[in-house]
Design a protein around this ligand. Structure first.
Ligand code: FE2
Ligand code: FE2
Length: 343
């Protein structure tokens, strides 16, 4: 074997080894950094010895020339960041979520963390300020999320395991969005992708899960976050949130049937024992029933004023034994937990 080929082989193997601890930065990622003050330490590959040498240290400032040089080095594939800086990187990408779709060096778990961080922050912003401008930003982020899932439905599993343990309205909304999409995908017919409007439906269903409790924003903050048992008067006020939410959708430009079904029907129950409209049987949409199950399941996983947080399997078992929920969906929930060994 000629010596130059030998050294090339050795180099490519070694670069792979490096990738366990470092990942290569693409031009898209570089452009998302502050040009003169990148947010994390940067390393340059010294090709002849296949070693990464420190190139830039956080806190320093790059000159115009250095910044241009860095760009050229990135184009040549010589620039890396350390996986030890993962948290900084995750936070950085979470502000520009579409980078997730471009960065091939992130693992599924890292991506799940990015989505959870980004969507929770966006959800908090929206619930604080439930106006169209913020709804648009949420919708943009959710389009990245649905695009990521659309490319490979199996990706929903890793995401659905990211459940916030602490109850806040934003945490709960994100939990429902991540778990809800997994169950929804599990339920799709094999030829779903071929449908002419299937992608649109998919996007809107995600919006529905994330926004099902949007009507809670119309209630006083202390009611939303109250940790003691509610009085019957307070309960009556809260019982209005599905309708209050449905009324908000037009103004937010989100009045799609899928979103409306989630918002309006997630507290309706099979036998007519739910609220606000006491719908029963076929009057409740499939998506409304699924959203209702997902909502209850996610609520049971977090500590609530009247009950302790439950383990996923115990929560699913309780829902499976409750005739208020559609057995078709509660069985699928249990199946999913068994398959992914989340007990
Ligand atoms: Fe609700
Ligand atoms: Fe809810």
């Amino acid at each position: 074997m000629p010596p130059e080929i030998m050294s090339e082989n050795r180099q490519s193997q070694s670069v792979e080894d490096l990738e366990e601890e470092y990942y290569q930065i693409s031009t898209d990622i570089l452009q998302s950094f502050n040009k003169f003050r990148p947010p994390l330490n940067i390393f340059k590959l010294k090709e002849d010895v296949v070693r990464l040498l420190p190139y830039y240290k956080v806190g320093d400032r790059l000159s115009k020339e250095q910044s241009e040089e860095l760009e050229a080095l990135v184009n040549e594939g010589l620039i890396f960041v350390s996986r030890a800086d993962q948290q900084v990187y995750i936070k950085h990408i979470s502000f520009q979520l579409d980078l997730v779709l471009m960065d091939r060096h992130l693992t599924e778990t890292e991506i799940a963390d990015i989505f959870q961080t980004a969507l929770t922050r966006r959800m908090e912003e929206f619930l604080d300020q439930p106006v169209k401008a913020v709804a648009d930003k949420l919708q943009t982020d959710l389009l990245v999320f649905t695009e990521y899932l659309w490319q490979d439905f199996n990706r929903a599993k890793a995401l659905s395991r990211r459940v916030h343990p602490k109850h806040t309205l934003a945490n709960h909304s994100v939990n429902c969005g991540l778990v809800g999409m997994q169950l929804y995908i599990q339920n799709l017919p094999d030829d779903f992708r071929q449908g002419p409007k299937s992608r649109q439906t998919f996007d809107r269903v995600a919006l529905g899960f994330f926004l099902h409790d949007v009507g809670m924003t119309k209630l006083a903050q202390f009611l939303r976050d109250k940790t003691q048992t509610l009085t019957s008067e307070e309960r009556q006020k809260i019982a209005k949130h599905p309708l209050l939410g449905a009324e908000m959708l037009a103004k937010l430009d989100l009045k799609f049937p899928e979103v409306e079904q989630c918002v309006r029907e997630h507290h309706e129950r099979v036998g007519g024992g739910g609220y606000p409209q006491k719908l029963s049987g076929a009057d409740i949409s499939d998506l409304g029933l699924l959203c209702g199950l997902v909502d209850s399941f996610c609520a049971m996983l977090t500590e609530r004023p009247y009950a302790k947080a439950m383990a996923p399997m115990a929560a699913a078992a309780a829902l499976g034994g409750d005739s208020k929920y559609d057995p078709k969906y509660s069985k699928q929930l249990t199946q999913y937990l068994v398959n992914t060994r989340q007990m």
